[in-house]
Design a protein around this ligand. Sequence first.
Ligand code: PLP
Length: 458
Amino acid sequence: MRSYTNADVKRLDIEHFIHPYTDFATFRQEGSQITASASGVHIFDEEGRKYLDGIAGLWCVNLGHGRRELVDAIAHQAATMQYYNPFGHSTNVPAALLAAELAELLPGSLNHVFYTTGGSTANDLAIRMVHHYFNRLGKPNKKKIIARVDAYHGSTYVTAQLTGIHATKYGFDSVGQDFIHHISAANSYRRPAGMSEAAYCDHLVQEFEDRILQLGPDNVAAFIAEPIMGAGGVLVAPDGYHRRMHAICRKYGLLYIADEVVTAFGRLGEWSASEALYGYVPDIMILAKGLTSGYIPLGAAVFSSEFYDVIASPQCEGGQLTLGFTYSGHAVACAAGLATIETMKRDGLNEHVRVVGPAFLKALEALNAFEIVGDVRGSHLMCGIELVKDKVAKRSFAPTVGSAHQVFLACRERGLIVRPIGDKIVLSPPLIFTEEHCQETVRILSEAISAVSDTLLA
Ligand code: PLP
């Protein structure tokens, strides 16, 4: 590698690295902060300044940074057999073992794993597989997918269309508009005034059923949902919502795709949330991020035995499975997945999150005292804070104000990284967070919100 100074890196970065989700106007002026090293729950910038990582990289570094177990597993597999293609009849040891581990940890008959390189590719692949499945069943019209407004499912062309966050589509064409439809998000904070939580749930379930009937059940293939919406602002659905949506899927022959890219692997104190917390077993579950604790890219779409039997049956029409990626089942990534699971089990991390998670949310609730905090919500180590200009009317700030971004900057100045999304601040710390880390997070957030409140309200 060429020798460099931090100034060189910043210049080369601006000149050559197109960052994901970037506002070029400010990026070209301000450049980036370099994350130079990381350890445990902390990251360090190029000047050696230390920050508490309140977002685990990006909802993913669940085991914390710099874990020897992960580094060793990756190095060992890279030295033993780093890569060989997994097509057709070729396999490798970590890919087969990790698939078996996942089959054991996931609910129901989710026993068949297709590996991808991340969450977007796993969702994209799942949609292709769903279409393939109904083709094989001789139902080629059953193609439509129902997703939700404010959902985030990825950044390939089809998953961007599944995504219900309007801003991510601005300036792009739409691919899949003919078969992807959206219904409302389950946003309890923004439910119609005077409507009870239970009535709101009835309303959402009815909207779903009405949409299926409008599109024609013979044309609708699947429903896709995150158990808790992440990038949409950590939206926790009303009690019974997912179970009832699942029952509607069963009633009309739709498949249920649970996008557990964020919610699985301990973030909610469980290996996966769908059955353990919400009482339904999806037909397809999507995993990524925490699957390798973010140490190396890996995603997976996990299919039920009933689904697999159709796509693998020699009796069905439709021939072979003709899709896949060079890096499906990459040996080094799968070794990282195995080491993640082993470490989580050994350290009892799900059990830890079940204790520290509720304490975190309880501590965060103190922020409700601020005039600009409209809602504090979440579950376990997945929490969100919604900022408002008018708390009583639940009126948002104008988008140009960048309210959450202001809080993000004030937190960063004080040594804490949070994630701003519009008017929402999202928190998803490493699962090794202790109650002391939670208290420190709340303390810094309080100081930061206090510091920016007057300016925001002016
Ligand atoms: N699904 C959900 C719920 C996500 O939060 C994300 C990313 O944040 C994705 C899918 C896309 O995953 P990736 O960025 O690994 O492609």
